[in-house]
Design a protein around this ligand. Structure first.
Ligand SMILES: [Ca+2]
Length: 150
């Protein structure tokens, strides 16, 4: 009788121990998520300005790896629509790193509208380095745009 009680008590002890261990592993996992900076991502946003652009014309932006050319694969991409000579873009969930931002204004409206959209003759283009180590605002003012000539 005593022996049976002891076994039951031991079983209960191990069940409680198991629950405690599981609970602690949950707690430590959620703490890791909060503390881990490598999971942090940033937002890149800005205003594109170019006079004489009709409302509804679209600008396309993409980030490629530092050193990548204009046709390099887009790691991130977004677009923006002109209204009153400006267009505002926002790219989110960007991992920390050094990139080149390529942007173009699709003057003739023939870009694919996907992340592989590319400029053709007569579109306006620009590029700049960007170090994404925090949320950044990167405007593309009037004087950065040049006419693309393939
Ligand atoms: Ca075009």
């Amino acid at each position: 009788m005593k022996e049976k009680e002891k076994i039951i008590r031991e079983n209960r002890f191990f069940k409680v121990l198991l629950i405690v261990v599981v609970a602690f592993s949950f707690i430590s996992t959620s703490c890791d998520d909060v503390d881990e900076n490598s999971d942090e991502t940033f937002t890149l946003s800005g205003t594109v300005t170019k006079s004489g652009i009709n409302d509804g014309v679209k600008a396309y932006m993409k980030l490629v790896s530092k050193g990548g050319g204009m046709t390099a694969e887009a790691l991130y991409s977004t677009d923006a629509t002109f209204s009153g000579g400006t267009a505002t873009y926002t790219g989110t969930n960007i991992e920390e790193g050094e990139y080149i931002l390529y942007a173009f204004i699709d003057m003739n409206g023939n870009a694919a509208g996907t992340e592989s959209s590319a400029p053709d003759a007569g579109d306006y283009v620009t590029l700049t380095d960007v170090n994404m180590n925090s949320d950044k605002t990167l405007d593309a003012p009037e004087n950065v745009w040049i006419v693309y000539q393939p």
